[in-house]
Design a binder for this molecule. Structure first.
Ligand SMILES: [Zn+2]
Length: 94
């Protein structure tokens, strides 16, 4: 697996410069019961397709950012600082 990922601070770099932080998850609203907390901590969608993810520029600016990547092709649609990311497109809604 090798592809380019564009750090919002540093620009395009080999993916080996980065650490994968997992898919973006939705925190439970309010105080979760044990089942909701378990699902939040341990369960992931692991989609075969486009998902929103956390990445850390480990060998660069050491900042976390968001990316939307197709897990089948590693095509990256966009990367952005968390505060600048497009609104979630319903990938975790409902
Ligand atoms: Zn960077």
């Amino acid at each position: 697996m090798s592809f380019l990922l564009t750090c919002p601070n540093c620009g395009p770099r080999e993916v080996t410069d980065f650490a994968f932080g997992g898919e973006v998850t939705a925190r439970p609203a309010g105080r979760p019961d044990r089942r909701e907390l378990n699902a939040y901590v341990y369960f992931r969608d692991n989609v075969a397709g486009v998902q929103r993810e956390w990445w850390l520029h480990r060998s660069g600016c050491r900042q976390w950012f968001l990316a939307e990547r197709d897990t089948r092709t590693n095509a990256v649609a966009w990367t952005a600082r968390p505060e600048e990311a497009p609104a979630a497109g319903g990938d975790r809604a409902a």
